[in-house]
Design a protein around this ligand. Sequence first.
Ligand code: G3I
Length: 305
Amino acid sequence: GSTLQEAAAQSGRYFGTAIAANRLSDSTYATIANREFNMITAENEMKMDATEPNQNQFNFTNGDRILNWALQNGKQVRGHALAWYSQQPGWMQRMEGSTLRSAMINHVTQVATHYKGKIYAWDVVNEAFADGSSGGRRDSNLERSGSDWIEVAFRTARAADPAAKLCYNDYNIDDWSHAKTQGVYRMVRDFKQRGVPIDCVGLQSHFNPQSPVPGNYQTTIESFAALGVDVQITELDIEGSGSAQAESYRKVTQACLNVARCTGITVWGVRDTDSWRASGTPLLFDGNGNKKAAYTSVLNTLNAA
Ligand code: G3I
């Protein structure tokens, strides 16, 4: 294949990117996005603050712009994210307890219903585990609303859109030896054992020199997959440049290719200048839209599979 999406499709996988609605009018951006990627994630536009700015008043304008652009161009969409401690609208940040629980359930129901039948996979719950050595949950208003809030969110999402794959998505769960990875693993194993509807785990995979691609990355992917869920690399970016960055991208791509249930890779933006890492160069295209060494590395790795 001569593009990332074509090369990934040779092994039945997808290659995706995050899209920002306000960049779709940039023709360089839209041309690269349309040519290279066949799975689209809204970078911010389907989050809680964007879709429910006032309680029970939903705004799907920008989420729909991205969804419609994707579907009109023959792409699939990952929904991001139904329930998260961060990027809650102000009214929700001030809620707690059973009031918050009801508002969360309503949010999941309304958003998943709006997009019903159009989403390949939802990040139902994002970033619910704590960093550090505890292996436990992150404190948040949602966590304090009752420790079963995560499974409630998954059951609610399944009821609203039975066709969407339902994912748990997090960062720093790439290293198999990390307590956070083990905590998420135990939750997914418990959900599978008890029949809580979960279909996939998203490894965000934001890497940098302080937090490089772990040597046991493939073990992590294999271990989650062995629980009977798909694994998706959902927000890949790797800070760096040149051949070192290209080698890190190769490792991530190869690890996914080596595991049958690793179904696709999404990078978190198109060009370096589109990245949330303000001063970084973590993506596959430079600010002018030129392919970087990291791009060639990923393409060649996909083509060799
Ligand atoms: O759109 C407003 C603009 O009107 C305003 O003038 C400006 C001033 O701050 O803010 C703009 O919104 C920003 C938005 O990005 C769009 O650029 C928000 O402040 C900023 O907080 C937001 O950052 C996003 C971040 O999530 C928020 O948590 C990043 O774009 C987005 O890439 C990032 O994505 C997250 C994933 O959702 C979850 N995993 C980690 C990943 C990276 O942090």
